[in-house]
Design a binder for this molecule. Structure first.
Ligand code: GLU
Length: 488
């Protein structure tokens, strides 16, 4: 990555939480974090909440919670503080106001009195005349009469930045040299009529004042870069103090459409509720637009920090692939040791009302977990897998009832009951041996057919952990009672 200075690496993640953080935001946060850790720099977390109507405290808290859950710890930011705080833009309004006043005094910015109706009418005319839409510079000069009129009408001006003629060129660490012709970068608003700052002002001021050295962020923000550079110029800082920009490729949805915030499927909360592991999400997102240099699919956080360089970030869009995320999640579940696995599934079982969390219940879950560790892809599946072990009111799921009602299934169940009543030690080995003898050897049934009716009778579902082990865990009395009640 080009470092135009030898100054310390300081990378920031600066979301505007107008909703739950989504896959795209987290991919950015992860790359920011990984770059800071790889270089031994600082990772700064800044909340861009100048849009007070849309950024709520609840979403801010959720954003902090999500980063923590993923293990992306920050060196400076909310809760931990730091030398360049505060790190919530809503607490820095006086700083932006000071800079805005300076830009006005310097002549870099000017008051614009155009009403939204006037602006809309002129945009309409621009569209009709086929010229690039955007502010036409009308208020760059305001006559004394107009000023008097605007004031008497009670108009509240916005503060606009003057874009000089020409163009802005910068080197993006991922896309190379990028040039924006100012014909397409009209004078832009820095401060609203009510005095509140806009994103472009706040982000640029903060990146400079917080000594941010590298801005790794989504490609959707590429076009705001010339405006931010304009603010740096007005601040009077030298190009050596500008951050290096690296715009990350888009994350596309499976159908090639852009992932959107409105789509609940992309919020990280959605994945968390379904039992995706934070390490699986990070592993998967790390590979979304970056590669470790070989074709490995399993990347730990440690490896990510060791290997992460911007040179290995691709410039083409990455496609989100749910199947791949699920496969990685399944792999990470298989890596969990038993106590960790237990700790992670318990909240799901409690939330779903399967257990309340007593030591006896946890002992039973602990015994059952090795049976399902190879079989589940998300933690939430544990409920469907283990609910047969708990609760007084056992019932066979309605859609499976017909599958045990036919004559052959009833024969299977009756014969099974007869032999199981004779089994001495209630172990899965003994259970299996007894059942195979009557069902496979004697009745000459195919195992799939023979055991599916039994599985439904005993676990209530056609999906369960391995049958014989399930019966062992369930115990003799409950297993036999269920068989009896399934024999209609
Ligand atoms: N706050 C901006 C957003 O969430 C990102 C700011 C930046 O990374 O420059 O879209």
């Amino acid at each position: 990555m080009p470092t135009n200075t030898s100054r310390p690496v300081r990378v920031r993640f600066a979301p505007s939480p107008t909703g739950e953080l989504h896959v795209g935001n987290i991919r950015t946060a992860l790359f920011d974090w990984a770059y800071a850790r790889h270089t031994g720099g600082q990772f700064i977390f800044r909340i861009e909440d100048t849009d007070t109507e849309r950024v709520t405290d609840e979403y801010i808290q959720a954003a902090l919670g999500t980063l923590k859950w993923l293990g992306l710890t920050w060196d400076e930011g909310p809760e931990v503080g730091g030398p360049y705080g505060p790190y919530l833009q809503s607490q820095r309004l006086d700083i932006y106001a000071e800079w805005a006043a300076k830009f006005l005094a310097q002549g870099d910015a000017y008051y614009c009195y155009c009403s939204s109706e006037e602006l809309e009418a002129r945009r309409e005319a621009q569209r009709a005349a086929n010229v690039a839409p955007g502010y036409d510079g009308k208020c760059r000069t305001v006559s004394a009469e107009d000023l008097t009129r605007y004031t008497s009408e009670g108009r509240k001006p916005v503060l606009r930045m003057r874009m000089p003629d020409g163009s802005t060129t910068f080197t993006d660490a991922i896309r190379g040299e990028v040039t924006f012709d100012h014909n397409f970068v009209p004078d832009f608003v820095l401060v609203r009529g009510d005095g509140s700052p806009l994103y472009t002002l706040a982000v640029a001021v903060d990146d400079i004042m917080m000594k941010v050295s590298h801005v790794l962020r989504g490609e959707d923000l590429l076009s705001s870069t010339p405006r931010q550079i304009r603010v740096y110029q007005a601040m009077g800082v030298t190009p050596e103090e500008y951050p290096v920009f690296a715009h990350l490729p888009f994350v596309m949805g499976q159908d090639n459409a852009k992932l959107s915030k409105r789509n609940g499927e992309v919020s990280i909360a959605w994945y968390r509720e379904r039992g995706f592991l934070p390490e699986a999400i990070c592993n998967y997102l790390a590979l979304l637009g970056w590669s470790p240099g070989d074709d490995r699919e399993n990347v730990t956080m440690q490896e990510l920090t060791e290997l992460f360089t911007v040179e290995r970030v691709h410039s083409s869009p990455a496609r989100f692939d749910m199947k791949k995320l699920e496969a990685i999640n399944g792999d990470k579940i298989r890596l969990l040791d038993l106590e960790d696995f237990l700790a992670r599934v318990t909240p799901f079982l409690v939330k779903d009302g399967i257990i309340s969390g007593t030591p006896d219940e946890l002992d039973l879950v602990r015994m059952a977990l090795p049976l399902i560790q190879e079989r589940i892809v998300t933690l939430a599946e544990v409920t469907a897998m283990l609910k047969f072990l708990f609760g007084e009111n056992f019932a066979i799921e309605t859609e499976s009832l017909p599958k045990i009602a036919d004559e052959q299934s009833q024969i299977v169940l009756k014969r099974s009951l007869q032999v199981l009543e004779q089994v001495g030690e209630w172990s899965h080995v003994a259970i299996e041996a007894a059942l195979r003898l009557v069902l496979i050897d004697e009745l000459a049934l195919k195992p799939r057919i023979a055991f599916s009716a039994l599985r439904i009778a005993v676990t209530g579902s056609h999906i369960s952990p391995p049958l014989f082990e399930s019966m062992e865990l369930l115990g003799r009395d409950r297993s036999l009672a269920r068989l009896k009640s399934a024999i209609s």
